[in-house]
Design a protein. Structure first.
Length: 617
């Protein structure tokens, strides 16, 4: 078992929490015992390094080189770009529209990866995209140093930036190289303009240009730049900035672009509902990783998002007013102002594209987890702003440090405790996608219906794409299939196959589906007892051999503290009934062979299930 396999089975979460708490203790006592300043330095540096190191260790262990949803779209355009010789046609492919966005930056990153390695490594994209978090953190650190704030006040920032509140960016290639670089380049643009020199202006223009073609939201960077230049009274620079912005935006919307009609209403039809939605987006760092089915009652965490959003808005107003009380400000002031404005503008664009006609706190599919990245970055920005605003009143500044440290550490711990299982689940499901595609032309990770053709619902497009990227070497998708083909599996399942000494049960209930309507949901439970931990569950009928992940359930906080381990001893997997075909299935458990890691053992549970009446007998 290598390090990554070990971390997937036991992420050492209790140990991580323990290290952080011990470092916090030693860091705290140095303020009461003045004669050990070296201990404060060691503990403080340890506190900064711990969340960063743990984040990337977990990321490396739970990512896999397998495309997911829109990743396939980018692979398709990269494949086309490699074979297109006409400049105009190649430009159309490079800037090809995905919804309202143009992902030129993402495609160029993939092309660079192909040029360097000959293939597109999705795991590499995930790690590369999330490395931009380090660059964002460094900009915050430079701000503290520029404002002559002691480096201790930077310690809470890594805990709010490096966590799993936005876990979709941890397993979705396009999300990782879109959202994090988008924020970085928008922030870099504000940093450049804050410098007030020629190099800074070039940096501001270049970063805003890149941000525009990372995502459509990047156009907000041009608006932010114009506001900064206006405050700085650099009108000779402002006029060409606006002219360049208009030219870029015209190209964005006029070059091979089609406008998508929205069935949603207008923001101004329900200003209160949409105002609350905007504040909720700003405070979405508190949006818990729990189901939020639509029902006519308020979710406490979504209400908390609104209050946090209002508070962050007040900090922004205080930061703007700082300029009028202290006209001679440094570049760091403009950077923080730009960071505020960009996330506030992103929230406004989110509301404009998804207006609501009711209280968003009622639940439903409101926020995707990848959007939480904007919330945590805004929270970090507001924290830095408060530290600077209170630096002349030492006890207030220290209060900001203590509250920020305790709050951000708690948020960090909570995000890992609730969302580590999401990374494990996605890893196991993606690892079975190649098997499902080769034998049933569908993905386990796509749709809630068995046999659905992913993404385009076209009879041949996806088949041709997978064949093309595999043949060209752009992807090693098929190499991720670790199971024999169904015929071979059935040949291994002889009448005298060994019996499974553990216990397998299944339960059926109804849960809210993606359309917020009740849908039948199946959950399988596996208790290994004396058997090895299961590799996967296998449903076998005359027509199908369907592997399903076997996931260890995370312990509750009470059991976690008692057992000192994140995962429990039983295993489970849940899915909507429509994801499985009808029929009578034998239930098998697949376990790895300890003496031969590449060999699998197929164990018969002796149970059968008819999916129309999902109960084992």
């Amino acid at each position: 078992m290598n390090t990554n396999e070990f971390l997937r089975s036991d992420p050492l979460l209790f140990e991580y929490f323990g290290v952080v708490l011990v470092l916090l203790f030693f860091f705290g006592i140095t303020f009461f015992f003045k004669r050990i300043p070296w201990l404060r330095t060691v503990a403080g540096l340890g506190l900064i390094a711990a969340p960063v190191a743990y984040f990337y260790l977990i990321l490396d262990a739970h990512t896999v080189n397998i495309p997911y949803t829109d990743d396939w779209n980018l692979l398709e355009t990269v494949y086309k770009l490699q074979r297109e010789s006409d400049f105009v046609k190649a430009a159309k492919i490079l800037f090809e529209q995905v919804n309202q966005h143009r992902f030129a930056f993402e495609r160029l990153v993939m092309l660079a990866m192909v040029a360097l390695s000959g293939t597109v490594n999705i795991k590499g994209l995930l790690l590369l995209g999330n490395l931009f978090l380090l660059a964002i953190a460094y900009l915050f650190f430079l701000t503290c140093r520029q404002e002559r704030v002691t480096w201790h006040y930077f310690i809470p920032v890594p805990y709010v930036l490096f966590n799993l509140a936005y876990f979709e960016n941890a397993f979705w290639g396009i999300a990782a190289i879109q959202n994090t670089p988008l924020i970085f380049f928008a922030f870099l643009s504000a940093y450049g303009l804050g410098r007030r020199d020629t190099v800074g202006l070039a940096l501001g223009i270049g970063a805003a240009l890149v941000a525009t073609f990372v995502s459509g939201t990047g156009m907000v960077a041009w608006v932010v730049g114009a506001i900064i230049l206006g405050f700085q009274q650099r009108y000779r620079t402002l006029i060409p900035w606006i002219g360049l912005a208009v030219g870029i935006i015209l190209f964005y919307f006029l070059f091979d672009y089609y406008f998508i009609e929205s069935a949603e209403g207008k923001v101004w039809q329900h200003p209160i509902f949409n105002g609350l939605l905007w504040f909720g987006f700003l405070g979405n760092a508190l949006y818990l990783d729990i189901p939020h089915p639509l029902y006519p009652a308020f979710y406490p965490d979504m209400v908390a998002c609104i209050f946090l959003g209002i508070f962050l808005g007040l900090v922004f107003v205080a930061w703007v007013l700082r300029y009028y009380f202290k006209p001679r400000v440094q570049w760091s002031h403009w950077f923080v102002l730009g960071a505020f404005l960009f996330v506030l503008g992103t929230g406004a664009m989110f509301v404009l594209s998804r207006p609501m006609s009711q209280f968003f706190m009622y639940g439903g599919n409101v926020f995707s987890r990848r959007y939480m990245l904007f919330g945590v970055v805004l929270l970090a920005t507001a924290y830095i702003g408060l530290v600077v605003l209170t630096k002349r009143v030492q006890y207030l500044q220290q209060g900001v440090l203590v509250l920020g440290l305790l709050g951000f550490v708690a948020l960090n711990f909570q995000s890992y405790h609730t969302s580590l299982i999401q990374l494990r689940k996605q890893y196991d499901e993606l690892s079975l996608d190649a098997y499902y595609w080769k034998h049933y032309t569908t993905f386990l990770t796509a749709s809630t219906d068995f046999g659905a053709i992913p993404f385009w619902n076209h009879p041949t497009r996806m088949k041709e794409l997978v064949a093309a990227v595999e043949t060209s070497g752009l992807s090693q998708f098929y190499a991720s299939d670790y199971l024999p083909d169904p015929t071979h599996i059935k040949a291994l399942m002889k009448d005298n196959a060994p019996k499974y000494d553990g216990n397998v049960e299944a339960e059926a209930d109804f849960r809210q589906g993606d359309d917020n309507l009740p849908a039948e949901y199946l959950t399988f439970f596996i208790d290994p007892r004396t058997e090895p931990d299961p590799g996967c569950l296998l449903l076998v009928s005359e027509k199908y051999v369907l592997p399903l992940p076997a996931l260890p359930p995370p312990n509750s906080w009470t059991d976690f503290l008692k057992e000192r381990t994140y995962y429990g001893s039983r295993f489970y997997y849940g899915m909507y009934r429509s994801k499985l075909p009808s029929g009578v299935f034998g239930v098998w458990v697949v376990t790895p062979n300890d003496s031969d890691p590449g060999r699998l053992t197929f164990l018969d549970t002796g149970k059968r299930m008819r999916l129309r009446l999902p109960s084992l007998k």
